[in-house]
Design a protein around this ligand. Sequence first.
Ligand code: SF4
Ligand code: SF4
Length: 402
Amino acid sequence: MSDRVLINADLKFVEGVMKAGGEDLNKCYQCSTCTVVCPLTPEGAPFPRKEMIAAQWGIKDKLIKSMDPWLCFHCNDCSEQCPRGAKPGDVMAAIRNMIIANVAVPSFLGKLTQSAGGALGLLLFPIILIAAVIFMVNGGEMAFLDNPVIDFHKNMISQLAIEMIYIPALFFGIITGLLGVKNLIAGLSETYPKTDKGEALVPAIIGTVKDILSHKKFRECGVNQSRNIAHMFLFYAFIGLAITTAGVTGIYYINLFAGSNVVTPTPLPFFHPIKIIGNVSALAASIGILLIVYRRLTAENVGNTVAFDWIFIVNILLIVATGILAQTVRVAGSQASYFIYYCHLVLVFYLFMYMPHSKFGHMFYRTAALVYSRYSGREKSIGMTFLEGKQQEQLEESDKVA
Ligand code: SF4
Ligand code: SF4
């Protein structure tokens, strides 16, 4: 009797993990090959075998407070070697998606962004909002369509109107993201209290930022390492586009408050430094996102791509495409550029507002988890307890044997 263990299984969670990409979860027979081959697992308290059994058993409370899904970079070395085809890399990705759905604020947004239907429903909000603003600022008329000079901000929607829409959306995204991070860290700190193996907070942040900028973890991956290049293009493109947006906004306000044309007004000439950064970033984003789509459609070891992934990928792809197309069609003198620009505005709003609820939320959650990993000392081996007493000892012992 003493060896019996009571598991508080959450079968809905098991179903959720399987729907979120871990559909082969139940094929796992606990051989531990995945844990042996994982290039990123810390010694002494490895993953992903224990997450496989915890997910099979539906130990939701522990899994959503686990650090290890965030230490996994979906390189799929484990899935490639798994003798049962249980795809542990995909299961870890599915657990991450489930964690986002559980820690996101407000929680209904974290759940809606997981499905194509939910995401389309959320898209209706910017579709209606931006159309209504364009309608209102033009006095209920679309006379700008007859103006031979095509200028989005002078004719269709002013810079001020754009800022009144986007600044609240951006703040909503950032604040709800930080609240989600607070929930995540609350769970992680319960599971992994700070130990003397941990770093102080500032070095932990600096170390994490360095790792992210250099893509160190991606480079340690084996079979799926080429994903590193696509991710790097997209990552630095985002930084460049953020600099461009800040630069253009800065120019607008300098000219507004210090007198018109103190600095070169927008639209900027082709060889203006901010324009160059913007164009190079747009090119890098195009290359990065096309590489990601190509690999997702053709590469065998890339793993499952579920709706949650595709929604983000398609959002970025369309933002890049409509951004480039709107400018090209405008220069060509076609009024169709207004509609393309409107689509661009809708898609960017979606990205900003639902940032922490979509796959983009990794930017918040993974960064926070990686910092906490260094801070708590998890990177140097502290594992988590899924079971009690003898059962936990047996679980840990089998990982050592493997
Ligand atoms: S390799 Fe990992 S996921 Fe595959 S059967 Fe063995 S323990 Fe399970
Ligand atoms: S996908 Fe890669 S990093 Fe993640 S558990 Fe498998 S081998 Fe480790």
